[in-house]
Design a protein around this ligand. Structure first.
Ligand code: SF4
Ligand code: SF4
Length: 176
């Protein structure tokens, strides 16, 4: 038995080598060759727009609260139609750990992860992105979603006027 075990132990590694000898190499010669990464890859973060071209971000601070390394900051303001927006919005990518919790927390699909990963800089200050660096001119992964067509204040339709929304309740009428 011991002899058999020794023979097997000697031959098996050669068999593994032989088996892989004719396989095509999987090494990618980056950066000359670039692999297409899955769309769910968690890379550089962007802020997206709704189908009407408006900023999706309503400056609710949920992404900032969810961020475990505290690298998102912003200042909220309200437009004349009551729509909230971020006056400034900042992400420090030098601290970001690309966990995706901010994108998970966002109720309006404003903040999204992209597969872009090659944007390192020598100076950490260059990794601080402002709103103008983050805001893109399309809806990212879901082009059709518009938060205000489903809920919220009457920006697109009057309150309660959306297809999947109930009219507002008079809370005082619920008193016993
Ligand atoms: S990916 Fe994670 S660490 Fe980066 S900004 Fe979002 S929540 Fe913060
Ligand atoms: S990106 Fe989303 S979660 Fe963050 S403040 Fe804007 S709407 Fe809220």
């Amino acid at each position: 038995m011991i002899l058999w075990r020794d023979i097997k132990g000697t031959v098996q590694p050669f068999w593994v080598t032989l088996r892989n000898l004719l396989r095509r190499p999987v090494t990618v010669q980056y950066p000359e060759e670039q692999r297409a990464l899955p769309v769910r890859t968690r890379g550089r973060i962007v802020l997206t727009r709704d189908p009407d071209g408006g900023e999706r971000c309503v400056a609710c601070y949920l992404c900032s609260a969810a961020c475990p390394v505290d690298c998102i900051s912003m200042q909220a303001a309200e437009a004349l139609d009551g729509r909230r927006y971020a006056v400034w919005f900042r992400i420090n990518f030098a601290r970001c750990i690309y966990c995706g919790l901010c994108a998970e927390a966002c109720p309006t699909l404003a903040i999204q992860m992209t597969p872009e990963f090659a944007f390192c800089k020598d100076d950490p200050l260059d990794m601080v992105y402002e709103k103008e660096n983050l805001l893109i001119d399309h809806g990212g992964k879901d082009q059709e979603y518009n938060f205000y067509r489903h809920a919220g204040i009457g920006v697109v339709n009057p309150r309660g006027g959306n297809d999947d929304e109930d009219p507002p309740l008079d809370a005082k009428s619920n008193l016993p």
